[in-house]
Design a protein around this ligand. Structure first.
Ligand SMILES: [Zn+2]
Length: 295
């Protein structure tokens, strides 16, 4: 959890565990908000609101978590509960969407009307700004590339957490890389695997190349569909410099139709643990500044 100012600068941060029980989770959040608020000293009354990012579907009211597989939540009105317990306005958003809204408000791409962001973590998240607005989709699922199918071959399509088979997440995520490394008898640490690949270890190269290539093909599909000016790919720094990053870039660029004017820029950025929290904090800033949030 982070406390930021209205420019998105982090003023203080506290690491908290992920608690799946909604009641325990709210209790922890309330306690931590109190601690963060106290760090403001005399300025504590200026705390304008709370943003919350979570890996799942959020209702258009930006209060209710409709479904979150990672936490096992269904229809949890976490926003209302947190607002009631803290006395502060609360806005809830999907993690990837919070990330891109933070970028739109505070990041280097602020002002860009069309760009996309992808993050590669345990799962894979993605969100788009189109014509200056967050692309929501019919049910808020726009950008869920983690569960886009990348292989239809039943021999190769591994089962996914979502219940389907052959999703991008089963090939290109940190979860998939870790599983493949374990099966090959290698360390599941991304850093170790990247180091082994750099030393020419065949299995490490194969695992990272396959994962990065799949991510690159998914990125090319995204670019063909939306034609963004930029795609920001947030990666573990070790992956960024590894064969994963190179394969991603190569496959994405190989599968994009080259246009007559400028092409989509693919930018890598380090994925930091507090990226989501900063994105979430930008929601509170956005609503404070614009009133309606502009989303
Ligand atoms: Zn899936």
């Amino acid at each position: 959890m982070v406390l930021t100012d209205l420019h998105g600068t982090t003023l203080s941060r506290i690491e908290v565990p992920r608690l799946a029980d909604p009641e325990e989770c709210v209790t922890l959040l309330v306690k931590t908000v109190k601690t963060l608020r106290a760090s403001l000293g005399k300025e504590r009354a200026k705390l304008s609101g709370i943003g919350l990012a979570l890996p799942g579907f959020v209702a258009r009211d930006r209060q209710t978590c409709l479904a979150c597989t990672a936490l096992g939540w269904r229809n949890i009105n976490i926003g209302a509960t947190l607002a009631e317990r803290t006395g502060l306005p609360v806005w809830v958003e999907n993690d990837a969407k919070a990330l891109i809204l933070g970028e739109q408000l505070f990041g280097p791409l602020r002002g860009s009307p069309d760009f996309s962001m992808i993050f590669v973590s345990h799962g894979i998240g993605c969100a788009h700004i189109v014509n200056g607005r967050l692309l929501w989709g019919n049910t808020g699922g726009a950008g869920e590339i983690s569960h886009a199918p990348v292989t239809l071959d039943p021999q190769q399509a591994l089962p996914c957490r979502c219940g389907n088979r052959g999703c991008l997440e089963t090939v290109a995520s940190l979860l998939a890389i870790g599983n493949a490394a374990r099966q090959a008898g290698l360390s599941t640490s991304t850093r170790d695997l990247a180091r082994l690949a750099a030393e020419g270890h065949a299995d490490a190269v194969r695992i990272l190349h396959r994962a990065g290539s799949a991510m690159g093909i998914a990125t090319a599909q995204l670019i063909q569909m939306l034609d963004p000016s930029h795609v920001v790919v947030m990666l573990d720094p070790a992956l960024k410099e590894s064969v994963y990053g190179h394969a991603l870039q190569y496959e994405a660029e190989s599968h994009i139709l080259h246009r007559t004017n400028a092409c989509t820029m693919i930018n890598f950025r380090d994925f930091e643990p507090e990226s989501f929290a900063r994105g979430a904090a930008s929601l509170a800033a956005r609503y404070f500044i614009f009133g309606h949030g502009g989303v």
